[in-house]
Design a protein around this ligand. Structure first.
Ligand code: GDP
Ligand code: IMO
Ligand code: MG
Length: 428
């Protein structure tokens, strides 16, 4: 059994919780896109684990974890996160493999991102982790540095002598206050990172294929959400990788056609961190429903601490992304956050200059023009965080789940009613 978990909204759908839940049925967990821009919280028996660059499946002590070739790695963050998970009682170093082909983030990437965002009139609102500039160097090829370049000092020196002066000129052209970087200092720093990472580095593509031949079961976890996908998301307010299933094959070397199931994760409402249009956003003030969802759902970014923008469930978006990912089943998360609201709205379509749309548009200008068409459903009063069986949910909650399922067009298999691993129920 090989599975992939993808987010069907703008990230933070609680993919981490589903990866953890499915972890028990798999042997190897694989990250294939993004980097330390992701932030996942997993709660097991009341204890919370936070992961960003590392695969969430590490919380399952028996799993081997892979950082695939499609991930961008900031080595100081890697070491920090390993240390923090080990301090929380998880053994990590003996279970982690890092791709020799993964690209490396440097502080000049973060500086470039800072300057470009500061100069922009319509900021993307990135996480500031250097993700976009690193992927740009990967695709651009000339200035890229990969993990395997860190492993031999001569090679590292040669790469950085080539790259750093050109980065310095580019940064100086962006702003007279731009930071400048020293080749010697970066060599010393990244040589040490190379020493740290060396025992973890393997050809992860070969590793995955050989593990498959031995009958190992793979679980792939997409970072970010499908609406942040560089090709299929709300461009340009997206991240710089393919966060849909499309990223799996390129970012891991494992053919997506060998998967047995794709599980799409959605929240019972919608959130978004960063800039860009958001049709169902609730801007209804400090006493409004948007703020209530933020407070009850603790909707603050794991990576940046920014308050997440909150709004009603958007079936146009989820229907589109469910299709793009070839989603077999859906997990509907954070249903408990909607308890206590007398009425719930879901956007069933958009109106764009009087025309009805049922598919997510290609650009931000069109998306900004789209007005959601809402359907109103009755809410429920009860606290549902203690429910463990489908039939224990109030009838209005079950009807809400069923209506979302109908609108998205994919069966909902799991419903989550709280952050803990145990607060999950199967739809009957
Ligand atoms: P990810 O990036 O998709 O893995 O999601 P995050 O971890 O960034 O955000 C999801 C948040 O919701 C985390 O803090 C989880 O602990 C929490 N969470 C997960 N499932 C539920 C749920 O069903 N109810 C509530 N109230 N919180 C949940
Ligand atoms: P997880 O895996 C939510 C958003 C940023 C910004 C845009 C681009 O936890 O779901 P980037 O730093 O990637 O260049 O920022 O993407 N973003 C996320 N939003 N969850 C995430 O990851 C995100 N990763 C990036 O807020 O709008
Ligand atoms: Mg997150």
């Amino acid at each position: 059994m090989h599975s992939c978990v993808v987010g069907l909204q703008w990230g933070d759908e609680a993919k981490g919780k589903i990866v953890d839940l499915l972890g028990g049925q798999h042997d190897i967990v694989v990250r294939f896109n993004g980097g330390a821009n992701a932030g996942h919280t997993v709660v097991v028996d009341g204890k919370a684990y936070k992961l960003s660059l590392l695969p969430t499946g590490l919380v399952r002590r028996e799993m081997t974890a892979i950082i695939g070739n499609g991930v961008v790695v900031f080595p100081p963050r890697l070491a920090e996160e390993v240390a923090s998970l080990e301090a929380a009682g998880l053994n990590v170093l003996d279970r982690l493999k890092v791709s020799d082909r993964a690209h490396v983030i440097f502080p000049y990437h973060q500086e470039e991102e800072r300057l470009r965002e500061a100069a922009s009139s319509d900021r993307i609102g990135t996480t500031g982790r250097g993700i976009g500039p690193c992927y740009a160097d990967k695709v651009g090829r000339h200035l890229a540095v990969r993990i395997l370049d860190l492993l031999e000092v001569d090679r590292l020196v040669a790469r950085l002598r080539e790259v750093v002066p050109r980065k310095n000129s580019m940064l100086a052209a962006l702003s007279p206050e731009a930071r400048q970087f020293s080749v010697d200092e970066l060599v010393a720093e990244y040589r040490a990172h190379g020493d740290y990472v060396r025992p973890l580095v393997v050809d992860t593509v070969e590793y995955l294929h050989k593990a498959r031949q031995q009958g190992k079961r793979m679980l792939f976890e997409a970072a970010q959400g499908s609406l942040l996908d560089i090709d299929h998301g709300s461009f340009p307010f997206v991240t710089s990788s393919n966060s849909t299933l499309a990223g799996l094959t390129s970012g891991s070397g494992f053919p997506a056609r060998w998967l047995d199931q794709v599980i799409g994760v959605i929240k019972a409402y919608t959130t978004r961190v960063g800039g860009g249009p958001f049709p169902t956003e609730l801007n209804d003030g400090p006493d409004g429903i948007g703020e209530r969802i933020r407070r009850i759902g603790r909707e603050y970014g794991t990576v940046t601490g920014r308050p997440r923008r909150c709004g009603w469930f958007d079936a146009v978006a989820a229907r589109t992304t469910a299709q793009i990912n070839g989603t077999d089943t859906v997990a509907l998360m954070l249903l408990d956050v909607l308890s206590g609201l007398p009425q719930l709205k879901v956007a069933t379509s958009y109106l764009d200059r009087g025309e009805q749309r049922d598919w997510f548009p290609a650009d931000a200008v069109t998306l900004a023009r789209c007005e959601p068409v809402y359907e109103t459903l009755p809410g429920w009063e009860e606290d549902i965080t203690g429910c463990r069986k489908w039939m224990e949910l109030p009838v209005q909650a079950r009807n809400y789940v069923r209506r979302v399922e109908q609108l998205v067009g994919v069966p909902i298999r799991h419903v989550s009613v709280g952050p803990d691993r145990a607060q999950t129920l199967s739809v009957e």
